[in-house]
Ligand binder design. Structure first.
Ligand SMILES: Cc1ncc(COP(=O)(O)OP(=O)(O)O)c(N)n1
Ligand SMILES: Cc1ncsc1CCOP(=O)(O)O
Ligand SMILES: [Mg+2]
Length: 212
């Protein structure tokens, strides 16, 4: 597990083929890496296990070339078979404690979404390496959400835990800095990079906002 608050990633790309507007997701991912993305999650919500694994293996080959860790959304079996760097799970997925039992390798990263404040008291937080503040701002990319945390929500969660905080939901170059200033350690984006005309430039611009 990652020690508290030591999270060496600031710009996190969450990608699926569908979010890339007809472009090849591997091409978009490579452009994003060249622009400065430090962590990638493959989030395929509507494909078979077989197709998900194939995409994970393709993306892992690319991420390995650039030494960028790859996480898999939801699916522990795909994450393990692809020997990904970790997994991201939410409230309705396999809980982090169970992932830890199944996946004995302690170097694997486990991310866990926070949708309710009282989750911060549960053992799943202890079993996680980072917490996804989900969503910070409501977003058309994911509409089945519970709490729109806002900047105040980030600040409140920051007071309650030392775990690295990854903010996600409608984050773009115009609000990325204030999200970090509110207490997040990292921002995660889908459309700000996947829908951008130039994903490399979009990632570069976002990264510059974070390191200012
Ligand atoms: C970095 C990050 N944070 C939050 C989420 C959302 O996860 P979850 O609540 O399980 O919802 P789905 O992504 O599975 O629809 C995430 N994927 N990544
Ligand atoms: C996967 C996920 N989890 C919470 S919001 C979200 C989608 C974020 O997408 P975007 O960056 O396009 O708003
Ligand atoms: Mg999930």
């Amino acid at each position: 597990m990652i020690p508290l608050r030591q999270f060496p990633y600031q710009l996190y790309l969450v990608i699926s083929e569908a979010d890339c507007n007809g472009r090849n997701f591997l091409h978009v991912a490579e452009q994003a890496i060249l622009g400065g993305v430090d962590l990638i999650q493959l989030r395929e919500k509507n494909c078979s296990q077989e197709v998900f694994l194939k995409k994970a293996l393709q993306l892992r080959e690319l991420t390995e070339k650039y030494a960028v860790p790859l996480l898999i959304n939801d699916n522990a079996s795909v994450a393990m078979q692809a020997d990904a760097a970790g997994i991201h799970v939410g409230n309705t997925d396999t809980p982090p404690t169970v992932i830890r039992e199944q996946w004995q390798d302690r170097t694997k990263l486990v991310g866990y979404s926070i949708e309710y404040l009282d989750q911060l008291q549960n053992e799943q937080v202890t079993a996680s390496d980072y917490l996804g503040i989900s969503p910070v701002f409501s977003t058309p990319t994911k509409t089945d959400t519970v709490t729109e945390w806002g900047l105040k929500g980030i600040a409140s969660i920051r007071q309650l835990t030392e775990k690295p905080l990854v903010a996600i939901g409608n984050i773009h170059a115009g609000n990325a800095r204030e999200v970090i200033q509110a207490g997040a350690d990292c921002i995660a984006v889908v459309s700000a990079i996947c829908s951008a005309h130039d994903p490399q430039k979009a990632a570069y611009t976002l990264k510059n906002e974070l390191v200012k």
